[in-house]
Design a protein around this ligand. Sequence first.
Ligand SMILES: [Fe+2]
Ligand SMILES: [Fe+2]
Length: 277
Amino acid sequence: MTDTLPATLAEMAVAVLTTADGRAKTALSHRCAAAWRAAREDGATPIPVGQAAPPLRPARPDRPDLLDPRDVPRRRPGSEQGRIALLHAVAHIELNAVDLHWDIVARFTHVPMPPGFYDDWVKAADEESKHFNLMCDCLEAAGSHYGALPAHAGMWRAAEDTAEDIFGRLAVVPMVLEARGLDVTPGMIEVFRKAGADQAVAALQTIYAEEVGHVAYGSKWFHYLCGRHDTDPKPFFHELVRKYFHGALKPPFNDEKRAEAGLPLDFYWPLAEERGG
Ligand SMILES: [Fe+2]
Ligand SMILES: [Fe+2]
């Protein structure tokens, strides 16, 4: 890694996306986010958004091995090994999330957006970088590390499927996938609380609090773009999720946190899988 950061935000995003090692990627992500934030606060020396060509897939470390989700071994969360597997899975999600947020920054620069759009995704990317490191710290405290276990291969599919469609990207990534995080994180916190794993509980509480913001950014900019195109957001959201998201949305939903993030009930309940025939 060079000491000098690229001159534009889009090039910074590509620099992060093309860095393979997780700790190095997140360190660079944090430096870029800090530079963008400082320039925005200062106002006198703005960093242009610019243009750059993000890779179709981000660089990844040699480990973990990436497997089809069906081939990733399942472990009982009641065991120490099961809890390590859970932390490892979250670390993998967070690393992908870092890249997803930098990807939306670089991928859609042909769509004119206000600076606040970039502020939001840069902040989200910086938070994901912190989340990845929190998970790595927990894994290392438990004698493991990111890369020690296999991880899901399919996590970048949503980005590839929506590489040409900013509406689809906003609908599927923050408003479906990250919203799913709001549903499942309280149960995870409970697993670690019962095990007396204070470090993991604190880390997951930080993640839970900050993920609400990421879902909210998705909803905010989706609605913003719908307004620009005089499009009714709800039926359009349903159409995009059916087009780009493979599989039904799974209740139970965290309706309260989803509401806090600007996701109304009638956005996601009509897409929920049918239960009991
Ligand atoms: Fe996160
Ligand atoms: Fe997130």
